[in-house]
Structure formats: structure tokens, C-alpha cells
Design a protein. Sequence first.
Length: 91
Amino acid sequence: MTFPLKDGGCYPVSTEQCRRWAELYPAVDVEQQLRNMRGWLEANPQKRKTRAGILRFANGWLAREQNQVGQSRLSPTGSQTPDYGREEDYW
């Protein structure tokens, strides 16, 4: 996987880097997010990153995704009242 850079070059993402990100962001599908980042960079050439800034971009992206996944797991899916059974069972 490579990321297109502002200067027209590419930044190669190593397997080791991918593994480290997977450890840092366990709730994230890192490989899919790398594809998403590449797609975004290709679609937004004016906003491509420099070689010095590409890792910050990737870490920020993955951290936001980790937080979003974590929040969605904590968010209630509905306002249903829990069913604790019949009242007679407790008396």
C-alpha cells in the first residue's frame, strides 16, 4: 500500500507499520481504513500530505475511527425498557 504525497511521490506503508497501527487501534479495520485514506488522498490532490506529515495524518484518521467505533458500541440502540420478567417472580 502506498499513499500519494503532495510532491507527487508516494509513501509506502510497510507491513510492520500496519501491524503497529492494528495494535494501537484494536477496534479499527486498519487495512480498510488505509484503503479509505488512499481513496481520500487520490480524490483530494490539493490536500495531500507531505512525507513529514503523512504519519500524523494516518494516526489522526485511525484515532478518530477508533473513537467513533468505541462511541457506537456505547451508544444505546433504542430506548427499550429492559424486561426483568414478571413482578410476581420477585416477591
